[in-house]
Write a protein that binds this ligand. Structure first.
Ligand SMILES: C[S@@+](CC[C@H](N)C(=O)[O-])C[C@H]1O[C@@H](n2cnc3c(N)ncnc32)[C@H](O)[C@@H]1O
Length: 442
């Protein structure tokens, strides 16, 4: 394998999640990337080593980073083998170190993904035969490989890439409490904060926090620590041309000193996820930035003495909740936001086809579609202004105006679950049992 550092820009392909492509592109540009192009859940760009290391240490929105090393055409598995066996594998892969292969196929020429991968593996073994000390077998290790080769086939176009990160994709930040129940993906969570326009320095309230992912991602961002600088086991570190001294010097300079700090307040009505969230906050060393408490959102009032900011909500979806209770819950959330949280912005994540969403009763100012695992979800952003919408848009909102016209009501009537009573507002309680030990997430 060659050990010369790269001279000049190299092309990389970043895999990300739906709707986060522009966020990755902006991160790459901030690191000096050129020829940035966004695709479907991917971003391609060219970077020199220093910019690449900065990107890898700081990216919040990338899931995987690949370096394409071979591109060729193949009309089927045997053609793939015939061409791949002639490639200069020794330049990129060390036959003595453990290896995993990964495959994505979108081609009529390759009806079986796994077969395409086996043929590539055969081609590599044939190439390395004399170096494999008679065993003839590559050292395949699927759980903790030192190298990962990605095979991507679209039609006849074959791309072979090296994965720079390894099995622990970039969403594994290392703070998650082992017991955390069905938490949101960390990359998705950071993306949702960015899509809602949140930035360090704005107050964040996370009142259905579960394991606390929103608050922890926001606090890591506020702390300005290069989020991945502490990684020790990436495949990159054993790759040809890796420059350990440059990596260390980038990690020293990538720390951002932040003077803008605002409260980050997490709460949940269930003490079990609150315990998990506290543990994760401790693991991440963020106790000075995040407060975690047990509280029912329907009783919660905005914190006093802070600038209004963003309320993020990832409520239960319904797999364990009765449909009537969901209607009440979403009605209660809409009512609470409208009557108690005026002056704030709110963002809600719910499945795209969730029936109870109409009970929120507020018109979003923006909506994004994201994938929460396999589930298509809406991330809806609300401006919770006081008074009438027209007054708000014209900048003439009157301070005292509240009640029926507050928030940004949709044409639908005020949800039944909300009962305005002068200054105070009562909510008809959802019949959801406070869970004792059930999963926090959905
Ligand atoms: C889908 S989970 C949130 C998962 C979280 N985003 C994470 O990454 O771990 C929904 C959470 O809402 C909480 N919850 C449901 N109703 C609530 C209420 N009225 N007040 C506060 N928390 C509530 C549940 O206990 C659960 O932890």
């Amino acid at each position: 394998m060659s050990s010369t550092p790269n001279t000049g820009p190299v092309q990389y392909v970043v895999r990300t999640l739906m709707s986060l492509e522009p966020l990755v592109a902006a991160e790459a540009e901030a690191c000096g990337a050129m020829d940035v192009e966004t695709g479907r859940r991917s971003v391609t760009f060219s970077l020199e080593d220093e910019g690449l290391y900065r990107f890898l240490q700081t990216t919040r929105f990338a899931v995987r980073v690949l370096r394409p090393v071979f591109r060729f055409k193949a009309k089927g598995p045997d053609d793939l083998h015939a061409r791949a066996v002639k490639l200069n594998w020794s330049q990129w892969v060390d036959a003595r170190r453990s290896l995993a292969l990964d495959v994505t196929v979108n081609s009529d020429h390759f009806p079986h993904d796994q077969f395409a991968m086996f043929r590539l593996k055969d081609a590599m073994s044939d190439h390395f035969r004399d170096r494999l000390r008679g065993s003839g077998h590559l050292n395949i290790n699927r759980t903790a490989p030192e190298q990962i080769v990605h095979l991507h086939i679209a039609g006849e176009d074959v791309t072979v890439s090296l994965d720079l990160v390894g099995k622990d994709a970039l969403f594994k930040r290392g703070y998650r409490a082992p017991r955390a129940r069905a938490p949101l993906n960390e990359v998705l969570t950071s993306g949702l904060l960015a899509l809602a326009g949140w930035k360090p320095g704005e107050t964040l309230v996370d009142p259905m926090c579960g394991s606390g992912t929103f608050s922890i991602e926001a606090a890591l961002w506020t702390a300005g620590v290069p989020i991945h600088a502490g990684r020790t086991s990436w495949t990159l570190f054993g790759m040809p041309g890796f420059d350990a001294r440059l990596w260390r010097s980038v990690s020293e300079s990538a720390r951002e000193e932040r003077i803008e700090r605002a409260p980050i307040l997490a709460s949940d009505w269930n003490k079990h996820p609150v315990g998990d969230a506290r543990e994760s906050v401790r693991t991440a060393g963020l106790e000075h930035l995040v407060r975690v408490e047990v509280a029912d959102f329907l009783d919660l009032r905005p914190p006093r003495g802070v600038q209004p900011g963003l309320v993020v909500l990832n409520p239960p979806y319904g797999q364990r909740v009765h449909a009537d209770d969901l209607e009440n819950l979403y009605g209660g959330i809409g009512g609470a936001l409208k009557h108690r949280w005026t002056g704030w912005r709110a963002a809600l994540l719910f499945p795209k086809d969730l029936e109870a969403q109409h009970r929120i009763g507020l018109k979003p100012s923006a909506k994004h579609t994201v994938m929460n695992g396999p589930l298509a979800c809406t991330w809806a952003i609300y401006d919770l202004f006081k008074g009438k919408r027209a007054e708000h848009l014209s900048g003439a909102t009157s301070e005292g105006a509240q009640g029926e016209e507050g928030g940004r009501p949709e044409a639908a009537p005020v949800p039944e679950a909300v009962e305005p009573e002068g200054e105070t507002v009562r909510f008809r309680r959802p019949r959801i049992q406070k869970p004792r030990d059930e999963a926090a997430g959905e």
